[in-house]
Ligand binder design. Structure first.
Ligand code: 5AD
Ligand code: SF4
Length: 438
């Protein structure tokens, strides 16, 4: 059998998609972790910020010289960059043999055949219905304990800065029965945790035979499969965090007490420019409800620094909101203008680079402090931890995650990967909890 090497950039959705791709090609290609062995290299790309694209371009240049040495090697580009740039990259990057957008992976066998015959091979058609729901992903990237299930695709929100609605197309939800079947399969394979994935999971909505399944319904259905299976989800839009969902999180011990709720910015004026459709006050009301109904819930976020027109006052409002929420973790980015987005066509990218960097650094420094404070509050308490493996630092230590999605490290004792253990937290850093099994 021929050998396939897949490299994945960007979000968890891409990781899940790469597993779908591996499954689609499984009858023709065997996966390899050695790129030198590969007959086919697939690069699953991200277009959300320019630096992600630059990394891929550098990689393509590297592969160009490789291919001079190994002319039989084929290289295909997948994902959001493929969709955004379409055939342009086929002309710009001589290393590339073919291109497939996020909804075109079923056509990969034909694209490979065409490219092998020397024809121009690309498919960047976006679909209103493709969810790959009948394809069982080949979980080569998973650790055997925690797996992803993609439950919806695309995004209809068109936030002003974001390229995703253009690269991943319209929002569509997958049949809940196929999601449950996949979760059952993971359980049967010994998995202890599933993360329901989507660009915007809580707008999940499936309607068939007059019956509507909401995201809260779906979470409940998955939670009920087994008390031994933890359930997580990522990622959410604040406008769709319903009371029903918050109550499902509170009700089931195996639904993880963790919500990733990207705020992006802390002032209503900036949120309006970003077209986020909620105000600072509405966001804080959702946070207050979460804290009231699920007091042990931890909250993480995404923040963009230096978006168009950002005033010092707006930046300060972001910092004050971060303090008010007390995020346990955050992904923080410098604004990167993306072609075709509302911001690219209607606003100036007018914050100087140095100021963007300065504001981003302030945001990161504050988050470092908030993460440490959040972890310090856990010292002395006991948490259930799902063991994911041996710690990178020491073979005598295991690591795993609490329900709150915090990484805990502790001496092994008799525990092993896949076990649930009770861990008392003894100390911490901003990134890690350290403890012992009790
Ligand atoms: N520039 C910087 N960050 C962005 N994000 C999305 N688009 C951009 C952009 N143009 C961030 C948002 C989103 C996360 C996945 O990436 O914070 O939540
Ligand atoms: Fe992008 Fe907004 Fe959709 Fe998230 S909700 S993928 S930030 S457009």
């Amino acid at each position: 059998m021929k050998k396939l090497f897949i490299e994945t950039y960007g979000c968890q959705m891409n990781v899940a998609d790469s597993e779908v791709v591996a499954s689609i090609l499984a009858s023709q290609y065997e996966l390899t972790t050695q790129e030198d062995d590969a007959d086919l290299i697939l690069i699953n790309t991200c277009a959300v910020r320019d630096n992600a694209e630059q990394r891929v371009r550098a990689r393509l240049r590297e592969l160009e010289s490789w291919k001079r040495r190994r002319p039989a090697l084929m290289v295909g580009l997948l994902g959001c960059m493929a969709e955004r740039l379409k055939t342009q990259l086929l002309h710009d990057a001589p290393a590339l043999d073919f291109i497939a957008g996020p909804d075109a992976y079923r056509t990969l066998p034909e694209l490979i055949e065409k490219a092998a015959a020397g024809e121009e091979a690309y498919d960047v058609t976006l679909s209103k219905s493709e969810t790959y729901d009948d394809i069982m992903p080949l979980r080569y990237a998973a650790n055997g304990v925690s797996g992803f299930i993609s439950i919806m695709r695309g995004c209809d929100n068109f936030c002003a800065y974001c390229v995703v609605p253009f690269t991943r197309g319209r929002e569509r939800s997958r049949n809940p029965q196929t999601i449950l079947a996949e979760a059952r399969q993971l359980l049967a394979d010994g998995y202890k945790e599933v993360t329901l994935l989507g660009q915007n999971v809580n707008s999940y909505r499936y309607e068939a035979d007059g019956r509507v399944t909401t995201f809260a319904d779906l979470m409940e259905m998955v939670a009920l499969l087994s008390p031994q299976l933890r359930v997580r989800f990522a990622t959410s839009h604040p406008k769709d965090i319903s009371d029903e969902l918050i109550h499902v999180i509170a009700k089931y011990p195996n639904v993880c007490k963790f919500i990733h709720l990207p705020v992006q910015a802390g002032s209503t004026s900036m949120l309006q420019r970003m077209r986020r459709v909620y105000t600072r006050e509405q966001y804080l009301e959702r946070i207050a409800t979460i804290k009231r109904v699920v007091p042990e819930c931890s909250i993480a976020t995404d923040i963009i620094a230096g978006f168009s027109g950002e005033t010092e006052e707006e930046h300060q409002a972001t910092l004050s909101l971060m303090r008010e929420v007390g995020y346990a973790a955050a992904y923080m980015f410098k604004y990167s203008v993306r072609d075709n987005t509302y911001a690219a066509t209607h606003y100036q990218d007018d914050i100087p680079e140095e100021l963007k960097i300065k504001r981003l650094e302030e945001i990161i420094a504050l988050q470092q402090q908030l993460s440490l404070e959040s972890n310090q509050q856990d010292v002395g308490k006991v948490f259930e931890v799902l063991v994911e493996g041996t710690s990178k630092r020491s073979a005598d230590q295991l690591f795993g995650r609490t329900s709150q999605n915090k990484v805990a490290v502790f001496p092994k004792k008799d525990a092993k990967k896949g076990d649930y253990v009770q861990v008392r937290i003894l100390s911490c850093t901003a990134a890690t909890l350290m403890g012992e099994i009790v």
